[in-house]
Design a protein around this ligand. Sequence first.
Ligand code: SF4
Length: 337
Amino acid sequence: MSKSGTPLIEVRGLKVYFPVRKGLFGKKGIVKAVDGVDLKIFEGDIITLVGESGCGKTTLGKTIAGLLKPTEGSILFKGKDVSKLSKKEYSEYRRSIQIVHQDPYASLNPTKTVFQILSYPLIKWGLARRGSELEERVRELLTLVGLTPPEEFMRKYPHQLSGGQRQRVAIARAISVHPRLIVADEPITMIDVSLRLGILDLMLDLRKKIGTSYLFITHDFGAARYFSAKGGGRVAVMYLGKIIEMGPAEEVIQNPLHPYTKALIEAVPVPDPTISKKKRMPKLRSLDIPSPLNPPSGCKFHTRCIHYMEICSKKEPPLIEAKPGHYVACWLYEGRG
Ligand code: SF4
């Protein structure tokens, strides 16, 4: 994984805001879903983006994939601002960044067979000619994602498949166009628990076979831990629209710096009941996540943080490099950057 040179994707000062109305006739407000994010994704990278529901991780993923427009800031694809790309370059960007959605039940057209679903992008992007070439390519894709024998699945409709099989079809569709980055947005959340690790293993296996990068988005630190332990890469932790900690996966998981990351890790359930009994409840001043419509001043975590200091509610801590390659936004580490 090269960390030098031009990143595949660079996110600079990204803000994505949504206007909303509080209540039916209430006042208009603004949800700052992403509120100033900087991130570089290189070829072959694995980034696990973790945080609670509503922290902005899905919005960040969708904006990187070109499905949402930034309110402020920019996305660069191979060093060029996406908003300034030519039609041909924009088309390459959209093909290069594919998204696998959380809900495999909604993301596949129920009126099309698996063959039709997988044929569409191949024809659209001119990657296979109709006839035997197309059939062969669909067969290859189904085999790659473990749906074998492929003939058994090609003529089926999504409702004839299990959740895990549908997500495998969604992954096959994503890799069909040779993407450089797959944004996997909570890809295992709606799948039966027993099938979840199989999907994560498949994603990592495909990375070896086709060399794609991943932005793996999850609210589940257990899944983040599994994915990063096997795949390596970096972990980025998001809280109310900001990345508050980022670093090499093993380092962030073994030696978390931010009080929020420490609480997330403490909250991961452990299958062994003796260890589980010894585990403490995460230490937080409050379990309530503040509303993104009215986020706290200064450090957005200060209403829940047990290390709260006076400065925390007054001034927002910058993301600093507290250890080599390990970044944190917290006043406890002031002076280490
Ligand atoms: Fe806690 Fe303050 Fe650090 Fe925020 S800046 S995480 S409130 S110690």
